[in-house]
Design a protein around this ligand. Structure first.
Ligand SMILES: *Cc1c(COP(=O)(O)O)cnc(C)c1O
Length: 433
């Protein structure tokens, strides 16, 4: 596979950007080699600067549920941008996207659009603190919520701890407001509520943790969180930046039939343009300025071009059978891979999936529910898998901790080609010592 152009562009980019990129995981550091510079995408495929073509399962890390450059979204964006790209004044497009979401989602009554998932989470936490008048938050090891200061925190050594920062530049005093506990562990959460009774503003969780492997939670654990939050007058915050509009139009809340107090969205909601959002009951959202005292604002919030892309994409997602079809395709892909790989390898890797999200783990366990349960050494298998799949025209996100996404644009033929490539590649990856 030719890489000359990508290599050249990456060398240049290193002069401009730290590590040559504008977001760290793009640098390919956990798989090695040079990141591919992408020139264009259409449907299930992307083309790099050297003219190589790949079937893409990264899908911009989740937003592209219709695949690349879907006609509906492209047309909507063109039409919108010709009328002006931003006004800093309300447009009817904001109403339209809000109506599309709220009239199809029983879990939130009001919404506020922002420009990224990080911004949505940051604002939602401020809202939870404003509503409860408390300052501590409880998060789980193995969930990612964007690069918000108080969330760049990893577990310390005990079961219930204040975290340690996972980034330089985060003040100790911020970290002291964040309690970090393991996923899938009721006892740890109970201990935290005993230790910090009346101090916890909210419990924040990815109800389908998909940023550190796919750590599918027991429904009872999520229900337990609902109950303990109620008992302690704390808010339950579902971070659905990945799972929202992905595992169903109403995300994990709909899948589990559970009502969190605040939900954050991102990724799919903007149709590939930068949009985030947070929503809650009308009463809770009434605390946001200018209605209430919790300040939050944005020059490009509710941007008309981004709203148009979101409307076009979510309109497609609402069509009957959309999510059923996506899930069926994802199951087909996994089944085909298993069918085509030698049976003696089947206890050495597992596919975990929900809806159109999938993750391969090199494990013999039947469930992995916490970050601690992932074997870091097994990532060496993924490095080989990733490289060998690229050679065969299959593009996965460049880290074994990242999940894959099937889009509406992936055809059965794409999935067949992909399964064959996995079947060739898995024995090579597993032959590594
Ligand atoms: C991607 C993601 C974020 C951050 O969103 P950005 O748009 O990258 O800022 C937050 N939470 C979850 C669950 C995510 O997957």
């Amino acid at each position: 596979m030719k890489r000359e152009r990508s290599e050249h562009l990456f060398e240049k980019a290193k002069n401009y950007f730290p590590g040559g990129v504008n977001s760290p995981v793009r640098a390919f550091r956990s798989v090695g080699g040079t990141p591919l510079f992408i020139q264009k995408g259409k449907g299930s495929r992307i083309w790099d600067a050297d003219g190589n073509v790949f079937i893409d399962y990264c899908c911009s890390w989740g937003p592209l549920i219709l695949g690349h450059a879907p006609d509906e979204v492209v047309e909507a964006v063109k039409t919108s941008v010709e009328k002006g790209s931003s006004f800093g004044a309300p447009t009817s497009l904001e109403n339209d996207l809000a109506d599309l979401i709220l009239s199809n989602n029983p879990f939130i009554e009001k919404i506020r659009f922002v420009s990224s998932g990080t911004e949505a989470v940051m604002s939602a936490i401020r809202l939870a603190r404003g509503v409860t008048g408390r300052s501590k938050i409880l998060k789980f090891e193995g969930c990612y919520h964007g690069h918000v200061d108080s969330l760049l925190v990893k577990a310390g050594s005990g079961l219930v701890t204040f975290g340690n920062t996972s980034s330089a530049g985060v003040p100790e005093s911020f970290v002291n407001e964040t309690i970090v506990v393991p996923l899938d562990n009721e006892k740890a959460v109970e201990e935290a509520f005993v230790k910090f009774s009346n101090e916890i503003a909210c419990v924040i969780i990815e109800p389908i943790p998909a940023n550190n492997g796919l750590l599918l939670q027991r429904k009872e654990f999520l229900q337990f969180l609902r109950e303990i939050c109620d008992k302690n007058n704390s808010l339950l915050l579902f971070d659905e930046v990945i799972s929202g509009f992905r595992v169903g139009f109403t995300g994990a809340a709909g899948l589990f039939g559970m009502r969190p107090d605040i939900i954050t969205y991102g990724k799919i909601i903007g149709g590939g343009l930068p949009v985030g959002a947070y929503g809650a009951s009308a009463a809770i959202m009434g605390n946001i300025s200018p209605e209430g005292g919790v300040y939050q604002a944005g020059t490009l919030s509710g941007n008309p071009v981004a709203m148009s892309a979101g409307i076009a994409q979510l309109t497609e997602c609402l069509k009957p059978g959309f999510y059923v079809d996506l899930e069926r395709k994802t199951k087909y892909l996994i089944d085909e891979i298993l069918r085509l790989t030698p049976a003696e390898l089947h206890d050495r890797f597992k596919f975990f999936s929900v809806g159109s999200i999938f993750w391969i783990a090199f494990t013999s366990e039947n469930a992995i529910r916490s970050a601690e349960a992932i074997d870091a050494d097994s990532m060496s298998y993924f490095r080989v898998l990733h490289k060998e799949l690229l050679e065969r025209g299959i593009y996965l996100g460049p880290s074994g901790y990242e999940v894959g996404f099937v889009s509406d644009a992936h055809s059965v033929e794409d999935l067949r080609i992909t399964a064959k490539a996995f079947a060739e590649t898995l024995p090579i990856a597993l032959a590594q010592e």
